[in-house]
Design a protein around this ligand. Structure first.
Ligand code: SAM
Length: 263
């Protein structure tokens, strides 16, 4: 990780001319099949503050080359075909925020195809910035609520799913908004390969308990943890996320859970 050069904040480097970058981007092979996304059911924020001119350009001109769309014909998406060269396996990050984790993973694993999902446009633009600076080709993006797209993923298509510091929705009346629900676990079970993993982390104790209970109640996943260090210490090759660092600064306890798909 230390040797991986990542710059998605555009610090200290000259900006490449974005219009020339956009015109050179390969179009998604499947772009023509897809229509605009359906109405979002997302409760979080799509924008935190006004997008800068550069970020607007990234969203309007660069995102279309990386974007996954909801299929118009209700057929499954051929996920492998979304990438310029056939990935060895596919990983999915739900709620990538500003994309630091997704970008670093993609740089470290160039043969893996990464799918990032997040409707938060400021974060999507930051990720796009990082993709351009690092010339990363193995990421595709769905910029809407993940629940709109997962039904179109083929069965057993994804090896690892990351759900990192997703919104905990602490109030009881908002628990139904939490991403981790029985239905979501069934969908994740459907798209994950046998032996594949769901990697979850959170600093919110109640959301952790909720998630642990739901996954361990599912016949499709098991939790291999044996001792405290299995959930209190970062897994190997861990890439810190922005929210994780904020939580650590506040000295909050973080829990790391890895669930394995039964074969
Ligand atoms: C608290 S942030 C964490 C971001 C990042 N994973 C990190 O650790 O820094 C949660 C992110 O999940 C996204 N999110 C929440 N619900 C989602 C959903 N249903 N589909 C896709 N993304 C979602 C939000 O937009 C937000 O960017």
């Amino acid at each position: 990780m230390a040797s991986t050069k990542i710059d998605n904040n555009n610090t200290g480097q000259e900006k490449p001319p974005l219009d020339s970058v956009a015109s050179k981007m390969p179009k998604l092979k499947s772009e023509k099949h897809y229509n605009q996304c359906a109405q979002p059911i997302f409760h979080g924020r799509r924008k935190a503050y006004k997008l800068s001119i550069r970020k607007k350009f990234l969203i309007n001109e660069v995102l279309p080359s990386f974007r996954i769309r909801v299929p118009q014909d209700s057929k499954n998406i051929n996920l492998v075909d979304l990438f310029p060269s056939k990935p060895e396996e596919l990983h999915l990050e739900i709620g990538f925020g500003a994309g630091e984790h997704l970008l670093a993973k993609a740089i470290q694993n160039p043969k893996v195809g990464f799918i990032g999902v997040d409707p938060f446009l400021n974060g999507v633009a930051s990720l796009l910035n990082g993709l351009i600076y690092n010339n990363v080709k193995n990421i595709r993006i769905f910029d809407d609520d993940v629940r709109l797209i997962l039904d179109y993923f083929p069965c057993e298509s994804v090896k690892t799913v990351y759900i990192l510091f997703n919104d905990p929705w602490p109030k009881v009346r908002h628990h139904k908004r939490r991403l981790v629900q029985d239905d979501m676990i069934r969908i994740l079970a459907n798209i994950t390969v046998g032996g594949g993993h769901i990697v979850f982390a959170s600093d919110h104790a109640d959301f952790v308990r909720w998630t642990l209970k739901k996954f361990t109640n599912s016949p499709f996943f098991f939790w291999e943890a044996e001792s405290k260090k299995d959930w209190s210490i970062r897994p190997r090759d861990w890439i810190p996320t922005r929210y994780e660092e904020k939580a650590l600064l506040k000295k909050r306890k973080i829990t790391y859970l890895t669930f394995t798909r039964t074969s």
